[in-house]
Design a protein around this ligand. Structure first.
Ligand code: MN
Ligand code: MN
Length: 325
């Protein structure tokens, strides 16, 4: 007699009554949310809120990341099946996670967007819920970090990226290539507790600010465990935010992004580093710069969804999740 896999169902995004656990739904069917989590604005009991920030007006080159959150949600349906390899547990057995929907702003008043994003995140984290933001271009991390810094003080930053995003800027602009310069000068992030991974660009006027920079060649040459050890020792025990700019990945892995740079990480390399970061419990996280109009076969949104899923595994691990023996 044929046996059915457990928990077949449909539309968990609006039919589920509990925040934890997973059910199997066909990836082509059912209401989409990030990994079929419940769509709700109710933060009560939520450990983490996944939320989209579809803003792409700060890019230097190709736009399109406003379509990132919906593409990552769609791609995530392919991974919302329960246990995640090689963690071998379902992060949602440990983390009560919701899809908080998207941040809204007036397209006719883009100058108001940063404050709208900061308030959106403040709203989430004021309750003790963490956020996992789906971008949007990388500038959005700046108002997100402002909300976190208001709560935690200057925070440590783990940045996966091809670019350092610290080009000179006097402020008052929206630019996805300069905001970590502003974040340092404004005391939002602690440069001594900041590590940038996968960097393979350089710009005039960039200063190190005391950040730890792991260039792509060094990342390719070292085992994931070694890179993770440097990350962990740099950020230490204080509050730490993790931001993943998808252009850290090589364009052969993630072509759908605004400023692609050859010579980057494979999805395997990036995931191996994330898996080796066990013990890190970021106060907030994001995956940004996914630009679906430049994607092919959902390669980029698929990679972003998997990275986001494994970042949740990392957080679940820090909260005690372990493989069933
Ligand atoms: Mn970036
Ligand atoms: Mn970048």
């Amino acid at each position: 007699m044929a046996t059915k896999p457990k928990s077949h169902g449909i539309d968990a995004a609006f039919t589920r009554s509990v925040l934890k656990g997973s059910q199997i739904e066909p990836s082509y069917s059912g209401a989409l949310s990030f990994m079929r989590r419940k769509y709700t604005k109710d933060l009560v009991g939520a450990d983490i809120a996944i939320t989209g920030v579809p803003f792409d007006l700060s890019v230097s080159n190709r736009p399109g990341t406003r379509f990132g959150p919906e593409a990552i949600r769609k791609a995530s349906a392919q991974h919302a099946w329960g246990p995640v390899w090689p963690w071998r547990f379902d992060p949602f057995d440990t983390l009560a996670a919701i899809d908080y929907g998207d941040c809204v702003f007036d397209w006719g008043a883009p100058q108001d967007a940063p404050l709208a994003i900061e308030r959106h995140i403040s709203e989430v984290i004021s309750t003790g819920t963490a956020s996992l933001v789906l971008g949007g271009d990388h500038f959005i991390t700046y108002p997100v970090l402002k909300a976190y810094a208001a709560k935690f003080g200057p925070i440590g930053l783990v940045q996966f990226d091809a670019h350092r995003d610290v080009e000179p800027d006097e402020g008052g602009r929206m630019d996805h290539g300069t905001m970590f310069n502003l974040a340092v000068r404004e005391g939002i992030i602690d440069p001594q507790r900041t590590v940038q991974v996968g960097i393979r660009t350089c710009f005039d006027g960039e200063e190190t600010y005391g950040m730890t920079i792991m260039y792509a060649d060094a990342v390719h040459a070292a085992p994931a465990e070694e890179i993770a050890a440097t990350i962990l020792s740099t950020v230490g025990d204080g509050p730490t935010y993790l931001t993943f700019d998808i252009d850290c990945l090589d364009p052969s892995t993630a072509p759908g992004t605004g400023t692609p740079v050859p010579g980057g990480l494979t999805s395997y390399e990036a995931l191996a580093i994330i898996r080796a970061l066990k013990g890190l419990d970021p106060v907030g996280m994001d995956v940004v710069e996914v630009s679906p109009p430049f994607d092919h076969a959902e390669m980029t949104s698929n990679a972003a969804a998997m990275i986001a899923a494994e970042l949740l595994c990392l957080k679940a691990w820090a909260r005690g999740a372990r493989a069933a023996s």
